[in-house]
Write a protein that binds this ligand. Structure first.
Ligand SMILES: Cc1cc2nc3c(=O)[nH]c(=O)nc-3n(C[C@H](O)[C@H](O)[C@H](O)COP(=O)(O)OP(=O)(O)OC[C@H]3O[C@@H](n4cnc5c(N)ncnc54)[C@H](O)[C@@H]3O)c2cc1C
Length: 475
């Protein structure tokens, strides 16, 4: 148990209507009352900032390997409040840096190892959900990267070729237009790349179930306890809150986009918003028109990312980036409700599926994800300072956070395993530019890539990769 050294009366952050932050939190099957807050200064072996997938998986693997450890998690809101409780439901082996780019940066073997570990992470999430009896609605449907229009066909061929170069093409298949329609009928789909290493999940149920699993193992989670800073040096590192510090042998920074709010990390990550709209449960007639019995995760091959999934109760989730970056890396609830982006997503969803004519959209939400300067996630541990962190998933963090949790646990426990030698380990991207350059650059790339996508769709010609925006946004 954590030793509370003293307690002080302080006003707590307000209790929010957490169900309103996403369909997933709304249907988590719980009332979403918060756990107790940190009562006062405390000591632990490992103190973790953030109860999203990264923080919770790290706590989970630490405690399964070393049950005697005192692990404390400090969460600003409630477990699963961040991207982990709001995402597109993809538990995918996809990695933010493309296979070809990974090979160029780290060599064939390291790239291959990393991508194989991503595939294992998809399996591992399903395994733990079953073992811990978490009703995560894990369905292993695979993933379809669809070429919508002729301009996107070369892109899926290139994606296949880059897996082939790494010897990872087995069980991945290029589908022609008819084979694609046999799975899901999308307007103007010319073909697709099918990858079986992907599942859909109920993200909030997974996050909330993991939090309970951590507690069963003896971990302690304090909610509505924002960490305002962290300190290293002196006798031990510590997480600082308005109600006292938690001193530990190791502190773990697992706050993803929200880490940009901490002064010391402001330029490490760029918070970018991803937004989602959701239909009502569709009728059997509409589903008969659409198909999609396999519940694959679906995306097109645009630069401006889109992602779709089919929910357990028969709705279509349509997500996408494109909401503007905010000056100074600001994060605010109102940015998640960017009306023009939500409107654009609803209208694009109707373009994709004519069967959505007249169907209602019942939910719209979003959240911040974190971009490191080189798109490459970091899983790092500095033993001399006692600081670990995993972050920078660039919007592909569901399975990656599982790999992070296992990696950080091994690093902190001093275990030299295959995953502690992956290129993500102790990776240090350079910081983002100071403002106003950061704002100018981010907005320029966002707008530039949208224009490249629109031109490709209009002309049927694939992007040539020669614009400045493509070069800057290359990953
Ligand atoms: C709309 C959206 C859709 C996405 N879709 C997908 C998808 O389909 N598939 C996929 O793989 N990835 C997706 N992602 C990304 C993925 O959800 C994230 O990468 C992943 O959940 C990150 O987990 P995390 O635990 O690192 O961060 P988060 O889930 O953001 O958790 C961080 C937690 O830390 C807490 N916190 C932050 N700062 C502090 C502080 N100072 N003190 C205390 N607590 C703090 C936050 O409240 C939060 O609960 C999506 C992201 C968004 C926003």
């Amino acid at each position: 148990m954590t030793r509370a050294l003293s307690a002080r009366q302080s006003p707590r952050p307000e209790h929010k209507d957490y169900r309103s932050y996403s369909f997933w939190l709304e249907t988590s099957g719980e009332e979403l009352l918060s756990r107790p807050s940190l009562p006062g200064p405390a000591e632990a072996d490992v103190a973790i900032l953030g109860a999203g997938f990264t923080g919770l998986w790290t706590a989970y693997y630490l405690l399964t390997q070393e049950p005697s450890l005192r692990v404390v998690v400090l969460e600003a809101e409630i477990s699963g409040f961040g991207a982990s409780g709001r995402n597109g439901a993809w538990c995918s082996s996809g990695f933010p840096v493309s296979p070809g780019e990974l090979r160029r940066r780290f060599g064939r073997e390291a790239a291959r190892e990393l991508l194989l570990e991503m595939r294992s992470a998809v399996d591992e999430v399903g395994r733990v959900a079953t073992a811990e009896e978490i009703d995560a609605q894990y369905v292993r449907g695979g993933q379809l990267r669809v070429a919508r229009g002729p301009s996107q066909l070369p892109g899926i061929q290139r994606a296949y070729d880059s897996l082939l170069e790494l010897g990872l093409e087995r069980s991945v298949r290029l589908l022609d237009a008819d084979e694609t329609a046999g799975r899901v009928r999308i307007t103007d789909a010319r073909g697709a790349l099918y990858n079986p290493h992907c599942a859909t999940i109920h993200p909030a149920r997974l996050a909330r179930g993991l939090a309970r699993a951590v507690e069963r193992l003896g971990g302690e989670i304090f909610e509505r306890t924002p960490v305002t800073d962290y300190e290293v040096g002196g006798k031990s590192p510590r997480l600082v809150t308005d109600w006292g510090e938690v001193r530990a042998r190791t502190i773990v920074l697992a706050g993803e986009a929200y880490l940009a709010r901490l002064r010391k990390l402001r330029r490490q990550l760029l918070p970018i918003y991803s937004l989602i709209v959701l239909t009502e449960p569709l009728s059997e007639e509409r589903w008969a028109e659409i198909g999609w019995e396999g519940r694959e995760c679906v995306a097109s091959n645009r630069y401006t990312v889109d992602y779709l999934s089919r929910t357990e109760d028969g709705r279509i989730l349509f997500g996408g980036r494109g909401a503007p970056y905010h000056y100074g890396s600001r994060i605010k609830d109102e940015y998640e409700r960017h009306q023009p982006t939500h409107q654009m997503l609803r209208s694009t969803a109707r373009d994709w599926f004519s069967a959505l004519e007249g169907a209602r959209f019942t939910h719209a939400w979003g959240g911040p994800l974190a971009l490191p300067r080189d798109w490459m996630p970091t899983m790092s541990y500095d033993a001399s300072q006692g600081v670990a962190t995993a972050r920078g998933y660039t919007g592909q963090g569901v399975a990656t956070a599982n790999l992070s949790g296992r990696t950080l646990a091994d690093l902190i426990l001093g275990r030299d395993t295959g995953i502690t030698r992956l290129p993500t380990v102790n990776h240090k991207p350079r910081p983002w530019e100071p403002e106003p350059l950061r704002w100018l650059g981010a907005r320029y790339v966002q707008r530039g890539l949208m224009k490249v996508d629109d031109r490709a769709e209009r002309t049927g010609e694939p992007p040539k990769g020669k614009t400045l925006a493509e070069w800057l946004g290359k990953h």
